[in-house]
Design a protein around this ligand. Structure first.
Ligand code: FE2
Ligand code: FE2
Length: 483
């Protein structure tokens, strides 16, 4: 493999490993898009920290081993690059009607609109999360956490670059228009919202951020995993490299929740509080009680389930059939990869009850991906439960039932408890504050959100991490705040 595919040229204005200097048309288009991107970053990126020096990693190669280089930089000077994973030699399409054909290096005309839509939907989520998280820097529980937030933010910015590159390179004029629209929509806007529900919700506090990166970035991982299977090779290679960055986002979510849970249990033990539901007593310790953590989990998990779309979907079937978006770990699934005769069990609302119904596997690919996602989430929840157990607190976190608090698919418009019992509207209105964060819960969490900016210090409600980023010592100054 040649070095220019692995290594990224940082002498270029737009660092890349796609030989952009030789591609005058696309280079010009991207150079035209660049100033608007910077305006967007300055307007909608982390508020109040654009002048700070942040200890960030930048990709210098797409080699899975050692691609990162750490250094202090100001975020607006981050080198957002266009990085594709190295091509797999003789790669064949792994699913759908084109199974076994050589992968496409150009967009097949018949699938152009479908493919563009996939790229646009994925692309739109990237800047959305930056917008959702832009106020959080002001309440960071430590410089370590602040750095992690900014690392995620610049990488989501880079993911937008990755998708915009595909639009400019492969979709001509409509691709350019779509790329411009990415900078026009805004998370939570009435007139021009982001495309998917969860990306228009507020991320008001750091518990929300960690829940978002645990649950919603994990949806991102599942989507990228299935796009990485695509017969359209440039999309596959783009997503494969994005996944290496996505892993860090989920690490931040998982360790963030784990550290909060740990701190709560430690504080309860130290104060001799046995009952996890003694909420006022626990809160008086300056930590977040476990039932409130469960409510936040309920909220973010269900918002993220909605991102998978309808359980049974002809659109999803068409996209799979066209060999554009596969399943999670498609190549290690033992079946015909065409789903011509297979069935898949789908949880549905039938005759007033929740029932498992066999559906053609082809129309149930969303459901299957969501099941894979749920399994992935459940493993993380068990790791939190290990922490609680180890610290001797009698409480378990759990994923709510998929019928609970849903706005898309089979269970939209119904009301169910977290354990999946159907209830009526009045019961829902009466009980919902027990299951989802209430206004008072939000106010309590907000009251804890005081910034801590002394190196090595952490807010009362979160334990320090076990190890530093880039193996730095505990008191490392991850962010040098601008005076
Ligand atoms: Fe992303
Ligand atoms: Fe992410």
């Amino acid at each position: 493999m040649t070095d220019d595919i692995i290594n990224v040229d940082y002498r270029e204005k737009i660092p890349n490993n796609v030989n952009l200097t030789e591609d005058r048309r696309v280079l010009k288009a991207l150079e035209g898009w660049h100033p608007g991107y910077l305006d967007w970053w300055n307007d909608m990126g982390p508020e109040g920290f654009q002048e700070s020096l942040v200890y960030l990693r930048t990709a210098v190669s797409v080699d899975p081993k050692g691609w990162a280089k750490f250094d202090y930089i100001k975020m607006p000077e981050y080198r957002w690059g266009i990085l594709l994973a190295p091509p797999e030699e003789n790669r064949k399409i792994p699913f759908g009607v084109h199974l076994g054909d050589p992968v496409w290096q150009e967009v097949p005309g018949e699938y152009r609109a479908m493919l563009r839509r996939l790229v646009v939907i994925q692309g739109d989520t990237e800047p959305a999360s930056v917008e959702q998280q832009r106020h959080l820097g002001k309440t960071a529980p430590s410089l370590y956490d602040l750095r992690n937030l900014f690392q995620i933010n610049v990488e989501e910015g880079r993911h937008l670059w990755a998708m915009v590159y595909l639009l400019h390179k492969y979709f001509g004029r409509d691709g350019r228009d779509e790329a411009d629209d990415m900078l026009r929509r805004r998370s939570g806007s009435k007139d021009a919202p982001r495309m998917l529900g969860a990306f228009n919700e507020a991320t008001p506090d750091w518990l929300s951020l960690f829940m978002f990166t645990f649950f919603t970035d994990r949806d991102g991982k599942m989507q990228l995993e299935s796009l990485a299977q695509s017969g359209f090779d440039p999309l596959s290679r783009t997503c494969r490299f994005m996944l290496t960055e996505e892993a860090h986002h989920m690490f931040v979510g998982e360790t963030g929740i784990g550290r909060i849970v740990q701190r709560t249990c430690e504080a309860m033990k130290a104060a001799g509080i046995e009952d996890p539901n003694a909420i006022d007593k626990v809160r008086a310790l300056g930590v977040i009680d476990l039932p409130t953590i469960q409510k936040k989990l309920n909220l973010h998990y269900t918002l993220s389930l909605d991102l998978f779309g309808s359980e049974v979907s002809t659109n999803a079937a068409n996209v799979f059939n066209a060999s554009l978006k596969g399943r999670f770990r498609e190549t290690s699934i033992d079946d015909d990869h065409k789903l011509e005769h297979d069935i898949y069990p789908v949880l549905k609302f039938v005759d007033g009850a929740i029932k498992l119904v066999d559906e053609p596997a082809l129309t149930a690919v969303n459901m299957r991906l969501r099941d894979d996602y749920t399994r992935d989430c459940a493993k993380g929840i068990e790791r939190f439960n290990k922490i609680i157990e180890r610290l001797g607190v009698d409480f378990r976190l759990a994923l709510p039932h998929v019928a609970f608090h849903r706005d898309i698919g089979e269970f939209k418009g119904l009301q169910a408890t977290p354990s999946g019992v159907l209830i009526d509207e009045s019961a829902w209105a009466r009980e919902k504050d027990k299951w989802l964060p209430s206004l008072a819960d939000g106010e309590f969490i907000a009251s804890l959100m005081k910034p801590v900016s002394e190196p090595g210090q952490f807010a009362s409600w979160i334990a320090p991490p076990k190890v530093g980023i880039d193996n730095r010592p505990g008191d490392f100054e991850y962010v040098k705040l601008a005076a």
